[in-house]
Design a protein around this ligand. Sequence first.
Ligand SMILES: Cc1cc2nc3c(=O)[nH]c(=O)nc-3n(C[C@H](O)[C@H](O)[C@H](O)COP(=O)(O)OP(=O)(O)OC[C@H]3O[C@@H](n4cnc5c(N)ncnc54)[C@H](O)[C@@H]3O)c2cc1C
Length: 805
Amino acid sequence: MTDQARVVVVGGGVGGCSILYWLARLGWEDVVLVERAQLTSGSTFHSAGLVGQLRSSLSLTKMMMNSVELYRGLQQEVELETGWREVGSLRLASSQEHMEELQRQAAWAETFGLPLHLVSAEEAQKLFPPMSVEGVLGAAFLTTDGYLDPSQLTLALAKGARQRGATILTETRVTGIEVRNGRVRAVETDKGRVECEVVVDAGGIYAHEIGRLARVHVPVVPMAHQYVITKPSGLQRDMPTLRDPSLLVYFRGESGGLVAGGYERNPAPFGLDGVPPDFNNRLLSPDWDRFAPLFEAATTRVPGLAEAEIVQLVNGPEAFTPDGEFILGPSEVDGFWVAAGFCAHGIAGSGGMGRLMAEWIIEGHPGLDTWEMDSRRFGPQYRSRAYALERTTEVYATYYDVKYPGHERQSGRPLRLPPAHQRLVGLGASFGEKGGWERVNWFESNVASGDPALRPAGWAGQLWSPAVGAEHKACRETAALFDETSFSKLEVVGPGAALFLEHMCANRVSRPPGTVAYTQLCNPAGGVECDLTVTRLSEDRFRIVTGTAFGNHDLAWLRAHLPADGSVRLEDVTSRHACFALWGPRSRTILQALTQTDLSNEKFPYMTAREISVGPVPCLALRVTFVGELGWELYCPSEFGVRLWDALMAKGKGEGLSPGGYKAIESLRLEKGYRVWGSDVTSADTPFEAGLGFAVRMDKEVPFIGREALLAARTPTRRLACLVLDEARTVVLGSEPVRVDGRAVGRVTSGGYGYTVCRSIAYAYLPSSELEPGRRVEVGIFGRFVGAEVVPEPLFDPTNSRVRS
Ligand SMILES: Cc1cc2nc3c(=O)[nH]c(=O)nc-3n(C[C@H](O)[C@H](O)[C@H](O)COP(=O)(O)OP(=O)(O)OC[C@H]3O[C@@H](n4cnc5c(N)ncnc54)[C@H](O)[C@@H]3O)c2cc1C
């Protein structure tokens, strides 16, 4: 038994073994894996083994592509059979909406560099002869997908890790994790204690329990997942794998027979009150009643299945998550990392995931943008098992469904309500949800003022309302009031706060009290980790405002860098303050009528903050904008929220004030070229690439994180560019390919229709050689390439005259 190691990985499934393999491969030999039973005795041994690569985002897909790259060569490298079969995969469309989805995915694949081709139903059948073509409109064929033997893969990874000096301890159960002063010190096992710097929780469905040992909440929810295996019946051996999302089923060949599984509409959670401590090398009892609808669907697509002899109905638990993505990365306890919740993609993902985790642990940042998978994305509501279960059930049951852009999840709502909620309901708010908050997308009461003829074509017009254009116009022409209470608000307090923030932020934030700074927080590679505003409230107090969904993430990033001397405190004050944004040319007139504070440009300039009274309501007013108009964000203690909303609405009545929602903000910000973190700018993009160099102060007295890397990256080879499409009604959804002379040169980050400029706008990273205004490009939208042009940005008010008026 080892008593000391640099890293202890807990869990000997495919996830843990891949992390161990990569840590060793990248040069860390002093690494140990601890498994309570035998390797591959958790979810891994009963996996169906399909490896598909195409996911909805670049980084997720890249991770899967890295898996395939590893799986191709692993067998040879470690001299152990993995069963890798690069047979390709077929995804069928048997409804019009799924056909459109395939066209969209084909476009993504082009930008991700995946060899995916659309084929006819008959071509698909040639590749997968037992399928029926009935109702099939077409298929996508991805040639480099495949399948393998999950247990063999795990053993091969373990062998590769051992060959490089890693240690594997089986039959060793982790019983405790020692945390002192917020940092991991050791792992307790039933065979003794192992001192270590880093613990990785790769416990699969037990990740929640292992996390609890370190007081870290890991919201995985085990779900039972089933597939049948048939007796060999002479089927072709190397058929591609097959998915039919309309029928909710998937298939692969198995020694001349078939494996067929799927995602039921009535999923079955497992072990919610704790997974039995001896649940290893075990399956659940076959549940034919639950599987029957899937089996029927499977026989519709593969009629021969009805006659096939079923060898086994495999029913095994797998770790799912409330949003269907992996849970990866560090936690609020220093040195405690999580790699779990693989949502039935753990075999496909592990090769790339292990590499990403190892790079992250060794180098301090992952090689890819990990926002969607980041362990810090879940809010405190996910500590409720019931809430996490509700969400996970919805995600599982709708896994294969087409989700139109703007699709909103319904389970567990409403949860977090802003104080003016009833007023918003009264105005016919159409609500969306983010971070548990109910947020207005648009108001039905504004529909009549909008123009239905502006509905975007196709998918972009599915979840849309004429009210969006009406609210946009009101904001540009008179004024609009937006409830932004859900914004995440953090406070950084203490004698060391100014110095700490100067070290974290690329912009200068240690300015006189009452000043607002817009800034990025970079990682050591110069990528943008956070994008937010910092307001100095007093000498030793700063207020950070960041996106609704980013609060936990940004808080964690700041917390991870806090000085050890206790001179800085961090606090999430989101729930304490309501926030309303009053923006538009009439906003000063409206607000001035409610306050004695002089709101003139001289007395209350752009990017400053003041404590003011609005009627009887005490507010912190920030003169900032995310729409490119004159205006203020007003923060008041939550209990004053309704009164503030009422006062502003009443005073604005005669000035043409309209309530507005987030869809209008999106269109307004696009015209003004304001970036959104997570899509336009990510941890893999530098501020210079994102066109945010104006907010970077290289000459600050206090060097900030990422400065060294940015010094070398001042002249980027690619940049975020603004495009306008030739067709105004054709609107991008994100991740569309951009071509120049038929060559793929970039992909769209975000876009939409600008109701003032009357153009369809798209942002995309393009090589420096293609950035010149007037450059003609083409954007691939649902299989069609639409002409577009690179234009100078921003499209609206480039001199900032309205913002500073
Ligand atoms: C029926 C089914 C079909 C699937 N099909 C596919 C597929 O086709 N393609 C795909 O990509 N994925 C598929 N999956 C998902 C895939 O199998 C999983 O994502 C993957 O195996 C998870 O690996 P893991 O290492 O995270 O977890 P596990 O394999 O469960 O490993 C976790 C390990 O942690 C150990 N452990 C727990 N507690 C402790 C402790 N206290 N101390 C020490 N060790 C501990 C356990 O013993 C276990 O061995 C499927 C899953 C199921 C259930």
